[in-house]
Design a protein around this ligand. Structure first.
Ligand code: AMP
Length: 395
């Protein structure tokens, strides 16, 4: 694998796959520019070397043709401000206009291409489409960790048309931090799994059972475990078709000597709303008509203690419906415990869209070891899978 630091971009046009899939409001203002910020070091290094940058990304989920709300032109002004130069824009990612703009690009300049997913060929990994993209640059850089688990044209196939394919700073940091946790973690190693469903996280949980000392479960997925163990969970979120699986995971944890922690108590509500009536209850004894929306006081205490005594922590998924302030406490307190463990010399990796959003929203991003920009990509890395976007840089 060739890394950015090992390469001098002087006189080169770098075709860079970035992940600029940022949220926009109705007026097309960027509401969270973390992903753009995360790509800046790579772009700046290339410009500082005396190279130029051709940026390509997807935005949202267009149906395969132009859609105003998914146009990357909405990002040009903000990106120009961040880089302190006027970023050029090609209103097509391939074709005559893109070719002409790329050809004219001078050292120190940046060109942003229109949304790759306006072409269905991108997600299909079409060779011809990828070849046209490749023709725009001299060297290929992939810094889009968020899409590294997809074998798309711009993330994977395009690499085969370049002699020089280079791993960007963000991609490098993501993979190194992911491997730090999965390859040689300092013990005790605690994984915190939350969020809505077990079904999304079965593979990662199974893989983690071979590595962790403690597996903490929170969020909606906890109630499937509770029901499977014979508990009363009222109208809490449950995956009826995963009850058996939940029991199997509990059994496997036991066999492997992993301490699996479920929330002994919950904050329950009579409605899925911030202003619902709420109270505390044992998670196994939730009355009819009520649902668990956050972990309770006892669970917070138990979880915090385990987390604070850990040397490696992986956190994916909130402990409750943290978007509603009345059900955010469990997630906030767990975040504080992760911060404490980090202050005590532990390594903490926060991954997945919602847990990263929670940590950013709560203002703890600088107090943990690493906040991943990848959702699905990080999960797949944690599942032990080879990411096609990373593999394509290795050959
Ligand atoms: P995920 O994308 O699987 O990480 O799930 C994150 C979502 O799970 C967030 O939007 C949370 O609001 C939601 N969530 C967390 N805890 C619960 C719960 N107890 N009941 C319902 N939804 C939950």
């Amino acid at each position: 694998m060739k890394y950015l630091n090992e390469f001098n971009f002087k006189g080169k046009k770098a075709l860079i796959r970035v992940d600029f899939n940022v949220p926009l409001d109705k007026e097309y203002n960027i509401t969270d520019d973390n992903r753009i910020q995360a790509a800046l070091p790579t772009i700046k290094k290339i410009l500082a070397d005396g190279g130029s940058a051709i940026l390509m990304s997807h935005l949202g989920r267009p149906k395969g043709g132009y859609e105003e709300k998914f146009s990357l032109k909405h990002l040009v002004k903000h990106l120009s401000n961040l880089l302190g130069i006027e970023v050029k824009f090609a209103d097509d990612c391939i074709g005559a206009s893109a070719v002409a703009l790329a050809k004219d690009l001078k050292a120190g300049e940046v060109l942003l291409l229109e949304n790759l997913r306006f072409y269905k060929e991108e997600e299909k990994g079409d060779e011809e489409f990828s070849k046209k993209l490749a023709a725009l640059g001299d060297v290929y850089v992939n810094d889009a960790f968020g899409t590294a688990h997809r074998a798309h044209g711009s993330t994977t196939i395009v690499a085969k048309f370049f002699a020089d394919k280079i791993c960007g700073y963000l991609m490098q940091a993501e993979v190194e931090n992911g491997n730090k946790v999965m390859s040689n973690p300092q013990k005790p190693f605690t994984a915190i799994m939350g969020g809505a469903k077990i079904s999304d996280k079965i593979l990662i949980i199974e893989n983690l059972l071979d590595k962790v000392d403690n597996l903490i479960i929170g969020g909606g997925m906890a109630y499937t475990f509770m029901k499977a163990a014979g508990g009363q969970i009222g109208k809490s979120l449950v995956e009826e078709d995963r009850l058996e699986l939940a029991n199997e995971l509990v059994q496997k944890a036991k066999e492997k000597g992993v301490k699996l922690l479920l929330p002994v108590d919950s904050i329950i509500a009579d409605n899925f709303a911030n202003d619902a009536n709420s109270k505390e209850a044992k998670s196994m004894e939730i009355p009819e008509g009520w649902m668990g929306l956050d972990i309770g006081t006892e669970a917070i205490k138990e979880y915090s203690q385990v987390i604070e005594n850990s040397k490696t922590i992986l956190w994916n998924g909130p402990m409750g419906v943290f978007e509603m302030p009345n059900f955010a406490k469990g997630t906030i307190e767990v975040a504080k415990a992760v911060v404490k463990a980090t202050e005590n010399g532990g390594f903490s990796l926060i991954g997945g869209g919602d847990s990263a959003a929670a940590v950013n929203q709560l203002g703890f991003a600088n107090d943990v070891s690493y906040v991943s920009t990848g959702g699905g990509a990080l999960l797949e890395l944690m599942e032990g899978k080879i990411l096609p976007g990373v593999a394509a840089l290795e050959n």
